[in-house]
Design a protein around this ligand. Structure first.
Ligand SMILES: C[S@@+](CC[C@H](N)C(=O)[O-])C[C@H]1O[C@@H](n2cnc3c(N)ncnc32)[C@H](O)[C@@H]1O
Length: 319
């Protein structure tokens, strides 16, 4: 075992605000196990979480959303480890675009980490991830960086053009070899563009964004099953849902059956939401009603006067 000090990224403050340390602890404890002693430490302006971990856990620690670098601790000395997270695509694909309603990139990474740590898999290239309310694809592009196959559904028909423009720009700047494919689910154009998709692939990783109402997820996805569902649910004034109410609960109730049917046995759903509306219990209830089981993860953090963002995780029981 090594005594490690995980340097907290300056970016993490704008993801988790004043609750940064607690959220970072929750993420770390989830991947290492809650029996670990985690200590907060400050050296000048640099902030660390210290923990003991094995060499084989370092690649996972490097991908934690708050981690900027890892140091090994020898008495009072901190020695930086020459290690980097192994990720595909340039980080600009995820962090480069700024748009209204974008989910914080690090929070998105945390959701993926919680999900990945809760499922069984041998090869990440075989893990399939769905974001059923994917906006402009922050989750899906992270999925590609992790080496997964990702799909998303978004009701806003304008999203496809925005995503294409963004991805093309970074491919050009970073000379990234890639492929695009467009089409309609089922092969035929439809009224309102429901089922229209674009697919972006690089080597053996890809993402597909499909226009449509997530309540029809099974039809839009041809009944495909996923290991992970990861999403930042609509909250706040910017993210009106299809029924134009600020409470996403009604929409989620319409979606729950198809989302649960889209998960493999043992699959995990990790959702970020504003816990002022809906309440955590109510949100969990929408999915436990369809046979899912709550996992004990929570990471509340105050974003603004009216938004306390939190995370729920649920698992589809294995057969
Ligand atoms: C918080 S935003 C997600 C932002 C996304 N993670 C990103 O960074 O681009 C929630 C998204 O859910 C979409 N949405 C709401 N209701 C939907 C529905 N019934 N079907 C599909 N998408 C929906 C909204 O249009 C919005 O883009």
């Amino acid at each position: 075992m090594k005594n490690l000090a995980l340097l907290i990224s300056p970016r993490a403050k704008s993801a988790y605000f004043n609750d940064l340390i607690e959220v970072a602890r929750a993420e770390l404890a989830w991947v290492l196990g809650s029996d670990k002693t985690i200590t907060f430490q400050k050296t000048g302006a640099l902030e660390f979480l210290s923990v003991s971990a094995s060499e084989s856990q370092i690649p996972t620690l490097l991908k934690l959303s708050f981690v900027y670098g890892i140091f090994e601790q020898h008495q009072n000395h901190l020695i930086p480890l020459p290690v980097e997270a192994s990720l595909k695509l340039h980080e600009d694909f995820v962090f480069g675009a700024k748009f209204k309603g974008k989910t914080n990139e690090l929070l998105t990474q945390l959701l993926i980490n919680i999900g990945l740590d809760s499922i069984d898999y041998e090869n990440i290239a075989n893990v399939k991830m769905l974001d059923p309310m994917c906006g402009r694809a922050t989750t899906l592009l992270w999925g590609m960086r992790y080496g997964m196959k990702a799909k998303g559904i978004e009701q806003d028909a304008k999203a496809l053009a925005d995503i294409r423009q963004n991805v093309k720009k970074w491919c050009k700047i970073h000379r990234q070899k890639h492929q695009f494919k467009d089409g309609f689910v089922g092969g035929k154009a439809t009224k309102g563009n429901s089922g229209k998709f674009i697919e972006f692939s690089v080597d053996d990783t890809s993402m597909r964004v499909i226009t449509g109402d997530s309540a029809e997820a099974c039809r839009l996805l041809n009944n495909e099953k996923f290991n992970l569902i990861i999403s930042d649910l609509p909250y706040g004034v910017q993210h009106f849902t299809t029924s134009q109410t600020r409470n996403p609960l009604a929409v989620l109730k319409e979606c729950a059956k198809d989302w649960c049917a889209s998960l493999k046995a043992g699959g995990v759903m990790v959702l970020a939401f504003n816990r002022n509306i809906p309440k955590r219990r109510e949100l969990l209830g929408v999915f436990t009603e369809h046979g899912m089981q709550e996992l004990a993860f929570t990471a509340p953090h105050q974003m603004s006067e009216s938004i306390v963002r939190d995370v729920v995780a649920l698992q589809m029981p294995s057969n």
